[in-house]
Design a binder for this molecule. Structure first.
Ligand SMILES: [Zn+2]
Length: 203
C-alpha cells in the first residue's frame, strides 16, 4: 500500500464530536485524537503550531515573489537576445516600463504583498522619493511596490553593463553575439567564442 500524507486541522475547541470505538462509547477530545494518531503504528505525526503555519506561508510567498523577479530578469534576457533591447539605456527603460505595468504593482492587494515580502520594502523612502502628495489619499501601495520590485530586479541583474560587453575580454558585443548567448550566461564576443572553440577542438 502506498503511503498517505494527510493533513488534519484540529481546532483548539472541536465543535464536532468524534466517536472513539463503539458509537456513543466516548467522545474524542483534541488530546485523545492526537494520542490516537501518535500511537497508531507507521504513522508519523508532525504537529504544526500557528507560527509553523505562518512560516510556511511566508516561505511560499517569498518563493512566489522570487519567481516574479526572476521572470522579469529572464524576460529582459529574451528582449536582448531578440534584439529589442540593445544597450544599457534601453534596458533601463524596459525595466522601468515593465515594472510600472506589472500586475503585482498595479493591483493594490498584490502591491501590498510585494511590500510585505520584498527585502527592499523601503526603497521608495531610501531613494528619497517621498512626496506627501502621494499619500494624501492613503498609502500609495503601487508606488511603494514599484520601487521595491524595481530595486529587487536590479539586485538580481547585478551589473547591467556586463550584459552589453564580452564577459571574457570586456570588448564590444553585437546583436549576433547577444543571440549566441545561452541561458543565463553573459555574452561573449565572436573572437572569444572562436578562441574557446579552438581550445575545445585541440583538447
Ligand atoms: Zn571577448
Amino acid at each position: 500500500m502506498k503511503g498517505l500524507i494527510l493533513q488534519v486541522y484540529v481546532p483548539e475547541n472541536m465543535t464536532v464530536d468524534i466517536i472513539d470505538g463503539d458509537p456513543g462509547s466516548h467522545v474524542v477530545n483534541r488530546e485523545r485524537l492526537i494520542e490516537l494518531l501518535t500511537t497508531a503504528s507507521d504513522v508519523s505525526l508532525y504537529l504544526e503550531d500557528e507560527k509553523g503555519t505562518r512560516d510556511r506561508a511566508n516561505g511560499i510567498a517569498e518563493r512566489d515573489y522570487s519567481a516574479t523577479v526572476d521572470g522579469i530578469v529572464s524576460d529582459l534576457r529574451e528582449q536582448i537576445r531578440d534584439g529589442h533591447v540593445t544597450d544599457r539605456d534601453s534596458a533601463l527603460e524596459w525595466i522601468t516600463e515593465t515594472v510600472d505595468g506589472h500586475h503585482d504593482v498595479i493591483y493594490t492587494h498584490a502591491a501590498m504583498e510585494v511590500v510585505r515580502v520584498s527585502r527592499n520594502d523601503d526603497a521608495y523612502f531610501a531613494e528619497g522619493l517621498y512626496n506627501s502628495d502621494d499619500f494624501k489619499d492613503g498609502i500609495d501601495w503601487s508606488k511603494l511596490a514599484y520601487c521595491a520590485l524595481e530595486r529587487d530586479v536590479h539586485e538580481a541583474i547585478g551589473d547591467l553593463d556586463e550584459w552589453f560587453v564580452c564577459c571574457e575580454c570586456g570588448g564590444a558585443v553585437d546583436e549576433d553575439d547577444q543571440k549566441a548567448t545561452e541561458g543565463d550566461n553573459l555574452p561573449t564576443c565572436a573572437d572569444c567564442r572562436n578562441d574557446d572553440d579552438d581550445e575545445d577542438a585541440s583538447e
